[in-house]
Write a protein that binds this ligand. Sequence first.
Ligand SMILES: [Zn+2]
Length: 385
Amino acid sequence: MSSVAAGRAVPVGRGLRGLQRTLPLVVILGATGTGKSTLALQLGQRLGGEIVSADSMQPQQMGTEKVIDRKVELEKEDGLVLHKRLSQVDPEMAAKLHPHDKRKVARSLQVFEETGISHSEFLHRQHTEEGGGPLGGPLKFSNPCILWLHADQADKRLDKRVDNMLAAGLLEELREFHRRYNQKNVSENSQDYQHGIFQSIGFKEFHEYLIAEGKCTLETSNQLLKKGIEALKQVTKRYARKQNRWVKNRFLSRPGPSVPPVYGLEVSDVSKWEESVLEPALEIVQSFIQGRKPMTTPIKMPYNEAENKRSYHMCDLCDRIIIGDREWAAHIKSKSHLKQLKRRRRLDSDAANTIENQSISPDHDKEPKENGSPGQNEQELKCSI
Ligand SMILES: [Zn+2]
């Protein structure tokens, strides 16, 4: 889901006595507005790689990105024509989609257009392998590395990004979209908030404003506009958090031999882009190309450092061998283990009682044991005498 821009692995140095070296797959991850595309372009320019953007994998896009245009364009075409085209580039996906399901057909076509990989192939690569990256991961690319652009003060940045988008003419673009694709639907009361343009961030937030504009007082209009801006800021931040959560869950919480290293780059200060993003990124990628260790250390989730995935644990109670700290922690909380534990405690206390009974004189044999400490028992005995 989260954005991926990738320098595709391409063979280089063909002239070097037939020796072929392969550029690493560089995947650039980052939430909305962290500068993925900029970095991908800069790396591509300097290192000569090919840039493959998988941004279209995102279910939602900012309203200004041209991806939307393309999708809207595709969806305007005849469903049968689209389906036929899809069956040429991706017969597997075409077989699964009804020509009437224009939205999905258009999306699959778009995936192919943007990445050069058929949508079904894309999904296969994603699913076949646990821990594999979104573009196929380590089996396909021998030398992948992941750059994660993240910002400390993400919220402030994102608010500013929305303001910049507004300053750069977002409203004009939205009005244009509204005129072209939505006005007629609204007047017929047939707008579809579940599909098409309404799925993209940045449109539905301004819907009220757009339909009321020119038909209400300036004051109301301004209020609706303010409301729209606030809503867009909220949804943008929520979306960015979701993207970062995805990166953490997908790549950082389950490291293993098949998960490539993730290098974090701090993008908070745009004025320091060269030194804090571009230069470290170049160093990392060049290290990968040359087969040496980058100066930057990859990100690790704190608990992974202490965790031993190969540790050996023997559970005497269950008579089982458990490998790995995490598995062990799960085992000692498991139902089956707790059941064994209870059983063992019962047996132990029975055994203890038996021993106690044997050490007490036969006169006191019938005394109940549950009545508390031996001292209390003595008290009671004295009273009853
Ligand atoms: Zn156990």
